[in-house]
Design a protein around this ligand. Structure first.
Ligand code: AMP
Length: 281
């Protein structure tokens, strides 16, 4: 396992790999890896000649009142998981290496960043797009792997990749869940056993609404209320039905839809979603 700490060394490694004709698969993460990440790591390793994972808790996507300092950091376990999944390189730069004194450049992806998580976390997607752009510029991947658990993030990255001509293929992987339906998340570590039980209301509500869509329900209000009813003991941030590509709110389900929810459970802000392709009439 190669561990790389600086953008210059990362870029040199990638240029050398490309020079030999190797394809590079890339998985950006913030560490505290779990089975959800592992599915991305394994896909990157299987589908490319070389696979790189980054582990970087990105300060620019956290607001001052958020959990940057408390975010779990588990490098040794992460390294073992990467190794097991077939990752050859971990890129784990220091914050100073990515954001040196005087840093002033940010990527704003308009429209898709505005709703859902963008509404309650106004600087979040600016930070995500900026760091992913920087990572793409140094890792120089052919393919990059993202989880549908963060569906709006996927939409932002797809838009940015197209708009800025990165020439990276964006591969989306399905959400990995615990046996009882809870979407895996590094932030699940914040939950007490009781809170973890309460958190199940999110996936339960979303699954119920998906069954309603499969049964023909198309009314956004009805679908959103079905999820909200399940989640009524939680501190809900949002439940919304939106277009999966544009993240624009929908009054009725049509095309590829994203039903997304966010809620506070104890100290954790959890998100989850389901996607559904509405069959043409
Ligand atoms: P994070 O470390 O939380 O920034 O996540 C890194 C990548 O792993 C992102 O593309 C996430 O969408 C993805 N990911 C996180 N949790 C899951 C999950 N439960 N299933 C699938 N992908 C996930």
């Amino acid at each position: 396992m190669i561990i790389i700490r600086t953008p210059a060394e990362m870029r040199d490694w990638s240029l050398a790999a490309r020079a030999t004709g190797s394809t590079i698969g890339f998985v950006p993460t913030m560490g505290a890896l779990h089975e959800g990440h592992a599915s991305l790591l394994r896909a990157a390793a299987a589908q490319n000649d070389k696979a790189v994972a980054s582990i970087f808790v990105n300060p620019t996507q956290f607001a001052p009142n958020e959990d940057f300092a408390a975010y779990p950091r588990t490098f040794d376990a992460d390294r073992a998981m990467c190794e097991e999944a077939g990752i050859g390189v971990i890129y784990a730069p220091d914050a100073n290496a990515l954001y040196p004194e005087g840093y002033a450049t940010y990527v704003n992806v308009e429209k898709v960043s505005a709703g859902l998580c963008g509404a309650s976390r106004p600087i979040f997607f600016r930070g995500v797009a900026t760091v992913v752009a920087k990572l793409f510029n140094t890792v120089l991947p052919h393919r990059a792997y993202f989880g549908q658990k963060d569906a709006q993030q996927c939409a932002v990255i797809r838009r940015m990749t197209r708009d800025l001509d990165f020439g990276v293929e964006i591969v989306e992987m399905p959400t990995v869940r615990e046996a009882d339906g809870l979407a895996m998340s590094s932030r699940n570590r914040y939950l007490t056993p009781e809170e973890r039980q309460q958190a199940l209301a999110i996936s339960r509500g979303l699954f119920k609404a998906r069954a309603m869509m499969e049964g023909g329900e198309r009314d956004s209000l009805v679908l959103v209320n079905a999820v909200r009813n399940e989640m009524d003991a939680l501190n809900i941030d949002y439940v919304e039905l939106v277009d999966a590509n544009t993240i624009e709110p929908l009054a009725r389900a049509t095309g590829r839809v994203l039903l997304a929810a966010a809620a506070w459970v104890g100290k954790a802000r959890l998100i989850d979603n389901i996607q559904y392709e509405v069959p043409e009439q």
